[in-house]
Write a new protein. Structure first.
Length: 301
């Protein structure tokens, strides 16, 4: 039987993560695997960068809506507080996509992936501020491992210069907005199914992105639909679908740790697809981030 002392000694990460089963962990990792491919599709698209964000949502919406309908998840008729949270999160997501896609065009893909996940750091420290409890020793170990691994990859992949500074700032802004998006959806996810929630996000964010693309004078209608279809299916349907499914089961700390896998995945994709060399330090950074998740999984389970 669990005593009052036992309950007191359990950390916030442990208390919320007891909701997480193997499927939640698989969804969290697989979602980040899919999301890490997004920058390649944006770079290959022949529409404007903000227009690519619009098509990402618009092309995915019918399929997401169909899945929500088949699952019996509500899209309309939700409580007002939940609707406001989703609307706020959707607007943050729209600004995130607009800022990140513009940044991808102006900086290196390594920079875009690394800085675009700046929100993971926000989530880590948000978790500490909200919990008002210092992490346990093992949790500190996971945080230090993840941050050190990311720093190694940053030093190996990022190239800070005057020519990429504007793009880097756009990507950092996107990362911070993505943290706002996830925090809003984490509360809304407790009242809505994952697909119904994602459908509402697409409905709110897509028109905003279209208006921004038109205001910027971007080409909206593509000649080649393949990169945009891949972006919609992998990043929005698979990546965001799995991530939103996992949100309810994890505290912000673990979500933040999981987001830090994307720079490691981007380095792996660069080696696999483009033949970019992976040095010993790259492998060490990737291993440290993976180790952080293993520690978090063991600590929460």
């Amino acid at each position: 039987m669990t005593t009052a002392t036992d309950r007191h000694e359990r950390t916030p990460m442990q208390r919320q993560s007891n909701l997480a089963g193997p499927w939640h962990w698989a969804a969290l990792i697989a979602g980040n695997v899919a999301l890490a491919l997004g920058p390649w599709s944006v770079r290959l698209a022949d529409s404007g960068p903000v227009a690519a964000g619009f098509w990402r949502l618009a092309l995915a919406l019918p399929l997401i809506w169909l899945i929500a309908w088949r699952a019996g998840e509500p899209v309309f008729g939700v409580p007002r507080r939940v609707a406001l949270l989703v609307a706020l999160g959707a607007l943050a997501f729209a600004f995130d996509l607009a800022s990140w896609h513009v940044g991808i065009e102006l900086t290196r893909l390594g920079n875009a992936t690394l800085f675009g996940n700046a929100g993971s750091i926000v989530l880590l420290f948000w978790a500490l501020a909200v919990a008002r409890t210092m992490p346990a020793r093992a949790e500190w170990g996971a945080i230090v491992l993840a941050l050190a691994g990311s720093a190694i990859l940053l030093g190996r992949s990022a190239e800070i210069s005057a020519t990429t500074l504007a793009g880097d700032l756009f990507c950092i802004t996107a990362g911070l907005l993505y943290a706002v998006y996830l925090l809003c959806l984490q509360d809304a996810r407790k009242a809505l199914g994952s697909w119904g929630l994602l459908a509402r996000v697409c409905m709110v964010a897509a028109p905003f992105l279209l208006l921004v693309a038109l205001a910027k004078g971007e080409p909206v209608w593509p000649q080649d639909w393949t990169p945009l279809i891949v972006l919609a299916l992998l990043s929005q349907v698979v990546g965001q679908g799995l991530l939103v499914f996992a949100l309810r089961a994890f505290p912000p700390m673990i979500i933040g740790l999981a987001l830090l896998t994307q720079p490691a995945l981007a380095a792996f994709y660069g080696w696999l697809i483009f033949g970019e060399a992976l040095g010993a330090l790259d492998l060490l950074g990737m291993a440290m981030i993976a180790g952080a998740l293993v520690v978090a999984r063991a600590r929460s389970g």
